[in-house]
Design a binder for this molecule. Structure first.
Ligand code: GDP
Length: 139
């Protein structure tokens, strides 16, 4: 169903801080269904490819280093209007600007190390989901 899927990662900072369970609980309680999920670590090349759209940004090198610095949890999530609903749940990129009760407000430590990724469009949700999962892994 168009508009019903989004893609997320629990980033290395949140995994290191033992917040996988807390974040998955918030995702479940917000009514998202897990379509696919895996615990893995990106190589620098894979992180660079995933964030290629940001390659001209000054923080690209830092972002690639961070995202390949430790394990992550990648997942495809389903809910009506999933992309917008999930962006609301995670809050602003910079935790200092994130609304109370959002995942980033609770668990992010900086604009770079901000606990979770959430797709910014339906198109990117599909591209990002396919980056990590085959059709067989989506339930
Ligand atoms: P998002 O869609 O809210 O994740 O934000 P963006 O698409 O603008 O940026 C992608 C990711 O790059 C963010 O989630 C951060 O991890 C990282 N990022 C964005 N801005 C900065 C910055 O100024 N410094 C650093 N180090 N990382 C940043």
């Amino acid at each position: 169903m168009a508009g019903s899927l989004t893609f997320t990662m629990i980033k290395p900072d949140a995994v290191k801080a033992n917040n996988i369970g807390n974040i998955l609980q918030m995702i479940n309680e917000a009514g998202f269904r897990i379509v696919a999920m895996k615990y893995t670590q990106l190589s620098a090349a894979q992180a660079g490819k995933f964030y290629e759209v940001h390659s001209a940004r000054p923080f690209y090198g830092e972002l690639v280093d961070f995202m390949s610095s430790g394990p992550i949890v990648a997942a495809i999530l389903e809910k009506d209007n999933a992309v917008d609903a999930f962006r609301t749940l995670i809050g602003a990129t910079n935790p200092a600007d994130a609304a109370e009760g959002t995942i980033r407000k609770k668990y992010a430590t900086s604009i770079g190390e901000n606990a979770v990724h959430g797709s910014d469009s339906d198109e990117n949700a599909l591209i990002e989901g396919r980056f990590f999962f085959s059709g067989l892994e989506m339930i």
